[in-house]
Design a binder for this molecule. Structure first.
Ligand SMILES: [Zn+2]
Length: 155
């Protein structure tokens, strides 16, 4: 009578320990794979909720991946405070396209994000198929300017 109960207790504790080990291993794996990790600027530990490093001010640089139009295949980093898109020289990104206005759109870098704005273009800007005057960009947003399309990648 006492043997089966002892067996249940042993099996129960073995299973409990196994679950605990599994949970710890999972937790460690997640920690190592998180984008938080170390700051590429000063190599100190960065918390995932920080939009920029509290020690040296390093911030992840977003990119635009062009998937349609004359710049297809190119990746442009949004390093400046303002990145402008237009058809004439003097813009950060020049799109030789009759559907693009001379000064078409701008992307402003703010604490913790990027804002896309129409700079009074003729044909407008489209984000995920909707014509918008302004948009706080989200990961994977597809921006259309004239006959070009690019995907917003925050890191
Ligand atoms: Zn840093």
């Amino acid at each position: 009578m006492s043997t089966p109960i002892l067996l249940v207790v042993i099996i129960g504790s073995v299973l409990g320990v196994a679950l605990l080990v599994f949970a710890i291993a999972r937790g460690r794996g997640k920690g190592a794979g998180a984008s938080g990790g170390l700051c590429p600027g000063c190599r100190r530990a960065m918390r995932p909720e920080w939009p920029r490093c509290m020690f040296c001010g390093w911030m992840p640089v977003a990119r635009l991946e062009f998937v349609l139009g004359p710049l297809t295949g190119q990746v442009i980093e949004l390093r400046d405070d303002v990145t402008t898109v237009g058809s004439v020289v003097g813009n950060s990104i020049v799109l030789a396209d009759p559907a693009v206005s001379r000064k078409h759109a701008g992307i402003r870098r703010m604490d913790g994000g990027y804002e896309l704005a129409d700079l009074g273009s003729t044909n407008g800007i489209y984000v995920n198929g909707h014509r918008l005057p302004k948009k706080n960009l989200a990961p994977g947003d597809v921006i259309r300017v004239g006959n070009s399309e690019c995907v917003f990648r925050p890191q």
